[in-house]
Ligand binder design. Sequence first.
Ligand code: FMN
Length: 212
Amino acid sequence: MEIKKREFKPGNLLYPVPAVLVSVADGEGNANLFTVAWTGTVCTNPPMLSISVRPERYSYHMLRETGEFVVNLTTESMAFATDFCGVRSGRDTDKWKETGLTKGSARKVLAPIVQESPVSLECRVTEVRELGSHHLFLAEIVAVSVSEAYLDANGTFRLSRARPLAYSHGRYYGLGDCLGSFGYSVRKTPEKKAKARRREKSHDKQQKSEKR
Ligand SMILES: Cc1cc2nc3c(=O)[nH]c(=O)nc-3n(C[C@H](O)[C@H](O)[C@H](O)COP(=O)(O)O)c2cc1C
């Protein structure tokens, strides 16, 4: 039976996405932060990401001035601050003070990192495309800091333990249960492995008897 579909006018319904906190600074080192959901990974090597920003944002001139910014991942416990930074402007609000988020020194860029964030990606802009309502900043990731609290005994980074925040169609969510890991759809389960072993064994037996 056909599943009924309704036509919507063309628009952005690409969800869920992360809602990140982007920190920026002007040439004098005055720092601001704002929320961005139009962000994405665009290249593995060199490591690159993009953010799309409306020119009317207070942060926009800082991005243009320094060509640098930091993408700070957010967590469930940062949901309130993430929303606040997306509805108040640095023009008239000190968002660091109001949210209690703490500035930390970045390794390679002037903009600070958000200390409470589990992952901070320091970026240098390589290209700006003026698309329309939003200008797309393509940027290279030049340094990465992760919170040691989420490293396990083997030193492996476990992002899920930070409880990352997702944004979907106007609402914030946690991630819920893990449903599988990369490639699990084709990975052999113990039952499948045992079956494959049995098949191999019977194949070997058959070949031996054919040789006799
Ligand atoms: C969940 C969420 C996602 C947002 N995503 C974007 C975005 O991708 N690009 C953008 O220009 N503004 C985005 N905004 C709006 C800005 O964060 C908001 O206008 C902010 O107040 C700008 O801060 P500023 O004036 O201090 O630079 C988003 C807001 C929220 C709440």
